[in-house]
Design a protein. Structure first.
Length: 416
């Protein structure tokens, strides 16, 4: 199986797909699947732009809306995770995963799916110690605080991924696992990105939760993006143990290393994206403690038995098949010849999400509101002081675009 891996999409689906088709023609190959490691920017209309936390000069419709509307169709099955530059209101509709557009599948805030016999897991967002232990309290329309916290990784989603026991072939995260630079050419990386040196030295460059998942899941491949550069590493899990091949890629720009083809052994095709039985069972088991306020999840309150959850999921998938529910549009799409759509609901229920929850016999909770979604008066109360973080170790690299511009400005000043 030939799998293409792409770094940060930043809404340029046209550019990535054209590059992919060019590579196919040049090499005489056919790519089976495209994986995108975040900052996908699934912006459907002008309203979605309001939930996109990017500097104003980067706030643009780009090309996803054409695939959402059906004007264009992805030429290759595509799976993506979220980063820190996302239409967060749309991704919240698809919290459990689903088709963001025909042939383009969002893996969810955390998730596992199958493509043929290849098992693909992923974690959306970036790590921030202040919000890690909190629940998913943010709801659209977002304010100045929640538009920056909604994409921060939460313990609840990581904990569910930690329950996965069956082998994962490929794992996706937006920011890099903490400490991954120990296993690659960090000197070359620092030469390329000098402003990373301090974070590497202080061991704050990366995602602590992702590092924990890397050590637990031990996938054969791990792909990331976020830091806008190519970096490869090889992690051996114990002497003689399994090896994870890590690769981070750049954003889609001319002359940048943003796309790579990986050959992975698999069963003969045709291949399609399918629900994963174990992951759906985990989703069902922990749904009762889904934290929807600032309070963290009470994992001790989980009562469902994993084997019973597994049996229910297996029987349901045998009845209807493992294909995800069909794509449906929930809001008006951008139309370049018309004014911005009005009256679109701020928090629509996505039929895919409703159908999946009905399949698992679970209630729909994503539109529940609470006074706890208001800005927190005491940030110190949000700091996680457990094994994964502390306030003194907050990840400083949040918006790499702004950081790169600041570094480049400093270089120009010194040269002058």
């Amino acid at each position: 199986m030939k799998i293409a891996v792409e770094g940060c999409m930043h809404g340029d689906l046209d550019g990535v797909y054209k590059t992919l088709q060019y590579i196919e023609r040049q090499r005489g190959i056919k790519v089976d699947l495209l994986l995108c490691c975040g900052d996908f920017q699934a912006v459907r209309n002008e309203r979605d732009l309001e939930s996109l936390n990017v500097p104003r000069k980067y706030r643009a419709m780009n090309s996803f809306w054409k695939y959402f509307s059906g004007e264009e169709v992805a030429p290759v099955p595509t799976i993506f995770i979220g980063g820190n530059h996302e239409a967060s209101n749309y991704l919240w509709e698809l919290y459990y995963g689903g088709w963001a557009a025909p042939n383009i599948y969002f893996l969810g805030f955390a998730g596992v799916v199958k493509f043929g016999n290849i098992r693909i897991g992923g974690l959306s967002g970036i790590y921030n110690a202040r919000h890690y232990r909190l629940g998913h309290y943010e709801r659209p329309p977002y304010n100045e605080e929640t538009i920056r916290s909604v994409y921060h990784v939460r313990e609840y989603d990581v904990y569910k991924l930690m329950q996965v026991e069956e082998p994962i072939d490929i794992f996706l995260s937006h920011d890099w696992p903490l400490g991954i630079t120990d296993y690659g050419n960090s000197k070359k990386l620092i030469q390329q990105k000098p402003f990373f040196e301090k974070e590497i030295f202080q061991r704050t460059l990366g995602n602590k939760a992702a590092a924990q998942l890397l050590g637990e899941l031990k996938p054969a491949y791990w792909f990331s993006a976020h830091l806008h550069c190519q970096f490869a590493a090889s992690v051996e899990h114990g002497e003689g143990g399994p090896v994870t091949n890590f690769l981070a890629l750049d954003k889609c720009l001319p002359g940048r290393k943003f796309l790579q083809i990986v050959d992975i052994e698999s069963e003969p095709g045709p291949h399609e994206i399918l629900y994963d039985e174990e992951w759906l069972a985990i989703t069902r088991k922990f749904h009762s403690v889904f934290p929807l306020t600032t309070k963290s999840a009470d994992f001790g309150a989980v009562q469902l038995d994993m084997q019973e959850c597994r049996q229910l999921v297996r029987s349901r998938l045998q009845e209807r098949g493992a294909r995800p529910f069909e794509f449906e549009r929930t809001v008006p799409c951008h139309n370049p010849s018309q004014s911005s759509p009005n009256g679109s609901p701020a928090l629509p229920r996505n039929p895919q999400t409703e159908s999946l929850l009905q399949l698992l016999e679970l209630p729909y909770l994503l539109d529940l509101t609470s006074e706890s979604r208001d800005p927190i008066s005491s940030p110190a109360s949000m700091i996680y002081r457990g094994s994964l973080g502390a306030d003194s170790e907050e990840i400083p690299i949040d918006d790499i675009d702004e950081l790169e511009e600041h570094a480049e400005d400093n270089v120009e000043t010194e040269d002058e």
